[in-house]
Design a protein around this ligand. Structure first.
Ligand code: PEP
Ligand code: MN
Length: 368
């Protein structure tokens, strides 16, 4: 069992009740105008729905020779924009020097990025630099799916005396290609919640999805899990963004996404409706996995298609197919699924798989 952490409730330090604590702003600050315009448009298109502004000025990049953020020069730009709209502003920090510069510039909230959470040395350095400072700190999950590293970072920051803290779920990297940039692996933040129910969890659908058309769905899923907030990358001109262009949305789109979100009521008002809601959230999560797995399965079919093409093999291998169906029938029967359902379902999966293989082999749709 983990010891309960002495944490200031999110409501208390944000003043936000009955709606997600929502953070929006560009992935990176690129210039004074870009920051100011983005922030002003966020307030214009999502009035009252965004409670803090984000902008990265030091960007951790996986590969060298890419834009690594404007650096300290951007601090006054983002402070000025946040004052102009009357919202607190947050940046990513990765070292004691970053913390010092942020505090000097009057930045209101700090966050530790996914590539920093993985390093206990860096997290400890940050924790030491925060001793005696009263500032909220958000801790993103490590890039790799390791709950212990995430918990460890939270514990280190908490031990430095930071009581206003929250976790940010931004998905986890995986070697497999999936429909996500960083698969959500919801079971990990759910386990964090089980162990530390007092730690607020903010969902970052931008870095999970990696593409702007997935943000709405992922944000709603995060809310359906009962999480507490959202961090959504927003840019005045997303296609021209210097970092994470594909996943940023315009302030106008942000407004539409936030308007469409259905938020769960607080637990105190739990009734039958909520039980139904919880069950539906579980079904949605499973459906989501099914689609994700089917997409992955078809990707593998294409690789098989490539192999068959090179080795002059026919697409349809009857014995292999009988084996697959036999196994599925047995497994389905044990789980209470009818033979009719399994056969129909597999027929469809098989058809789709053949279409994918044919595309690779002949460059055209397969005919069954
Ligand atoms: C970001 O928020 O822009 C960022 C770099 O995120 P992460 O640390 O989650 O990759
Ligand atoms: Mn980003």
């Amino acid at each position: 069992m983990s010891n309960k952490l002495d944490i200031t409730p999110l409501q208390q330090w944000t003043g936000i009740k009955n709606q997600p604590f929502t953070i929006a702003g560009p992935c990176s600050a690129e210039g004074e105008e870009q920051v100011m315009q983005t922030v002003q448009d966020i307030v214009k298109y999502a009035p009252g729905k965004v409670h803090a502004i984000r902008a990265g000025i030091w960007k951790p990049r996986t590969r060298p020779n890419q834009f690594e953020g404007v650096g300290g020069i951007g601090l006054p730009w983002i402070k000025k924009a946040s004052v102009a709209v009357g919202l607190p502003v947050m940046i990513e920090i990765a070292s004691a020097a970053h913390v010092e510069a942020a505090l000097k510039a009057g930045i209101d909230i700090l966050w530790i990025g996914a590539r920093t959470t993985v390093s206990p040395f860096n997290v400890q350095e940050i924790a030491d630099s925060l001793k005696g400072v009263d500032i909220p700190v958000l801790i993103k999950n490590p890039v790799n799916p390791d709950l212990e590293l995430w918990v460890g970072a939270i514990e280190r920051i908490h031990a430095a005396g930071i009581k206003k803290l929250a976790a940010v779920h931004r998905g986890f990297s995986s070697y497999e290609k999936t429909i996500y940039r960083n698969p959500p692996m919801w079971e990990i933040p759910i386990e964090l919640r089980r162990r530390y129910p007092e730690v607020p969890i903010i969902v970052d659908p931008s870095h999970i999805g990696g593409s702007r058309n997935m943000i709405s769905m992922l944000a709603q899923q995060g809310m359906d899990m009962g999480f507490d907030g959202l961090m959504i990358e927003t840019h005045i001109n997303p296609d021209k963004a210097w970092t994470d262009a594909k996943q940023q949305v315009t302030p106008q789109r942000l407004g539409e996404i936030l308007d469409a979100i259905i938020v769960r009521q607080p637990k105190a008002e739990m009734d039958e409706q909520h039980t139904l809601h919880d069950l539906r959230a579980k079904v949605d999560r499973i459906d989501n996995y099914i689609i994700e797995l089917l997409c992955e399965r078809m990707g593998i079919s294409e690789e098989i298609g490539e192999f068959k093409k090179q080795n002059q093999l026919a697409i349809h291998q009857a014995e292999r197919w009988s084996l697959i169906v036999k196994r599925a029938l047995e497994q389905g029967k044990n789980g209470g699924l009818t033979e009719e359902f399994i056969l129909k379902f597999y027929q469809q999966v098989h058809n789709e798989s053949i279409r994918h293989q044919s595309k690779v082999m002949e460059g055209e749709e397969g005919v069954i």
